[in-house]
Write a protein that binds this ligand. Structure first.
Ligand code: FPP
Length: 246
């Protein structure tokens, strides 16, 4: 049976998040410069977005650029920003045709003007699409996001808008960049690295983690299906016992 046919539509992760890693190593293995890895990485982005929408995943979040990525060589940062603009221009039509809403999380005002403008335009144009929400994490860092929440909440307490006692998970969720997204159910990281790298630390509290050695430019639809099948065979207990679940 093909992999896609093995996926159970009633057990899909409501929110799938992916750390797309290994573009640089993919290029190096082939004797090419790192930016060629990123260019090929965009093809995997396309494949995974298409596959996710086809299967019926409602929320897909991709770690496209971290706050730490600004420290990379200037040329690489510029290329990543150019690729973002190029992909947004190229894919707006596909997003509309497939009823996909684009959103972004992170310190978006850090982005170069052109990328920022293009991004906001696509977000605006797709805001009423409802089949799937594709969220790009751009200039995103989870600790920075948590600091933002703490500052906003302390400010509200100081101005008597909320009380200290009223602070709970739901208030924190409302102040995160991801306020309109559910918790992450499945987090995939490619390229053999087993770490989280400051991605959605609060939101992955109960996520299933899936690591694969495949480098991001080689990660295609079948690799996503394999990850989903693995996820569907796990028992998510959320702190309870197996017996309590059945
Ligand atoms: C990690 O590989 C990848 C990134 C830092 C950027 C991801 C970007 C893309 C896939 C292309 C653009 C995205 C969009 C949404 C249009 P790495 O460079 O860290 O690889 P390495 O660990 O092998 O060096």
């Amino acid at each position: 049976m093909d992999l896609k046919a093995q996926i159970q539509s009633n057990k899909l992760p409501n929110h799938l998040a992916i750390i797309m890693d290994g573009n640089g190593r993919w290029a190096k293995q082939k004797g090419m410069v790192r930016v060629i890895g990123h260019e090929n990485g965009t093809k995997s982005v396309r494949d995974v977005v298409e596959a996710s929408a086809e299967i019926g995943i409602k929320n897909l979040t991709l770690y496209a650029f971290s706050t730490e990525n600004w420290k990379r060589p200037k040329l690489e940062v510029q290329t990543l920003m150019k690729l973002l603009v190029k992909s947004l221009k190229k894919e707006i039509k596909t997003l509309q045709e497939n009823n996909i809403r684009l959103m972004a999380i992170g310190n978006l005002s850090d982005l170069p003007k052109k990328a920022h403008k293009e991004l906001l335009e696509v977000i605006e144009k797709t805001k009423n699409n409802s089949h799937m929400t594709l969220t790009l994490a751009l200039s995103y860092g989870s600790r920075e996001e948590i600091i933002k929440v703490i500052k906003e909440l302390t400010d509200k307490v100081k101005n008597n808008i909320i009380s200290v006692e009223s602070i709970d998970e739901s208030i924190i969720n409302k102040h995160l960049y991801t306020h309109n997204l559910p918790d992450v159910d499945l987090l995939i990281r490619t390229s053999g690295e087993h770490r989280i790298s400051n991605f959605l630390l609060w939101q992955i509290a109960y996520a299933e983690l899936y690591f694969t050695d495949i480098l991001w430019p080689d990660f295609k639809k079948d690799n996503l299906y394999e990850a989903l099948i693995d996820y569907q065979n796990r028992e998510r207990r959320f702190g309870k016992t197996s017996e309590q679940l059945s």
